[in-house]
Write a protein of this length. Structure first.
Length: 357
């Protein structure tokens, strides 16, 4: 197993474009870390620097306390699972999984035992004599994982491994990766742009935007106490609703509605009297039977829940999504009165979450 430390890591390309800024994290032994963010945010570049496939411009990379910043990939004792599987089409599943051990000239009996053990973990025993072209996308991804498992690396790296799979396969393979982590107790770093993968897989999430770390924390921390507007808008599906509100006395005055603050909210926003703040409300925290009128534009019944999309006014900034429990039959043009049972507040200048002083 492995402990990994990234200390003030920068990545600047030859054309002076900076892809990663001052990345810092200490990964515990056996921890599952997910790097999440939109395309181009620097998450895959960070993973490739850890693997040794990209040079680190500034900073240090430590594995179990040893500085491996400049070490070649072959000396890092890491295994990487790629988005495109990277399997050899002319080899069988067995040969693909055994390939790295064969290159090391390990004992054939040892190789055989390791491949069979990995195949059993991944439910590939009956597929060992097949070629990759005879397998489904999910099976190919399991072969790619099996090839990593047989090496018994200190660290597993996953670079968007499920992005080529359809929704059903993504869900089942995601569960397999989670079970694999529990069985092996291995340290894993996983890159994705899919927040569902991040929330369901991670012990801790690293949320990135434009090369910078926005927040590191447990899935619940990022969901329940987002550090800034970017994290609040990126984590959560459907996304958080945002409204511009003015703090005045005991009330929050918006363009379309007014809210009476609780004592806790008043204390939180005491330094913002007379100023504007951004208020965020998750769709599941919008409840029926309130005082804020929502004009319904569409209704999505999802079985256990219903997504109701609408407006609290006439402007483009008045859109709201509500996630009500149960099956609702609202139609376009209906009005539903709502209230909010949890609100998040963000500074309009910095975009950062407002916390108690």
């Amino acid at each position: 197993m492995a402990q990994l430390s990234l200390q003030h890591i920068d990545k600047i390309y030859d054309n002076k474009v900076q892809a990663v800024y001052d990345f810092n994290i200490d990964v515990k032994d056996g921890e599952f870390i997910v790097l999440v963010g939109p395309s181009g945010c620097g998450k895959s570049t960070t993973l490739r620097m850890i693997a040794g496939l990209e040079d680190i411009t500034n900073g240090k990379l430590l594995l179990d306390g040893k500085d491996i910043t400049a070490a070649p990939p072959k000396d890092r004792d890491m295994a990487m699972v790629f988005q495109n599987y990277a399997l050899y089409g002319h080899m069988t599943v067995y040969e693909n999984m055994a390939f790295s051990l064969t290159l090391r000239k390990e004992d054939p009996n040892v190789i055989h035992k390791k491949v069979l053990a990995a195949a059993k973990i991944l439910d590939l025993t009956s597929q060992l004599n097949k070629k990759p072209s005879q397998l489904s996308g999910g099976q190919r991804q399991r072969v790619a994982m099996g090839r990593s498992i047989v090496r018994s690396p200190k660290l597993f790296l996953f670079d968007e491994p499920l992005s080529n799979l359809d929704a059903k396969l993504r869900s089942s393979t995601r569960r397999e990766i989670l079970l694999l982590h529990k069985r092996l107790g291995a340290t894993m770093l996983y890159v994705t742009h899919d927040q569902t993968e991040a929330l369901t897989l991670a012990d801790r999430i690293v949320c990135m935007s434009m090369g910078r770390v926005q927040q590191i924390g447990t899935p619940l921390e990022l969901y329940d106490t987002p550090a800034n507007l970017f994290v609040a808008s990126f984590i959560g599906l459907p996304p958080m609703n945002f409204f511009q509100m003015e703090v005045g006395g005991d009330h929050l005055y918006g363009r379309y509605f007014t809210i009476t603050m609780t004592p806790e909210q008043k204390q939180l926003l005491e330094n913002y009297q007379g100023k504007h703040v951004t208020m965020g409300v998750r769709p599941e925290n919008v409840l029926e039977n309130g005082t804020v009128p929502v004009l319904v534009s569409s209704n999505e019944n999802l079985g256990m829940n219903t997504l109701v999309h609408g407006h609290v006014g006439e402007g483009a900034d008045s859109r709201i999504t509500c996630k009500f429990k149960g099956w609702c039959d609202y139609k376009k043009g209906d009005t539903v009165q709502v209230t909010f049972n949890k609100m998040h507040f963000f500074d309009q200048q910095t975009g950062n979450r407002i916390v108690k002083a």
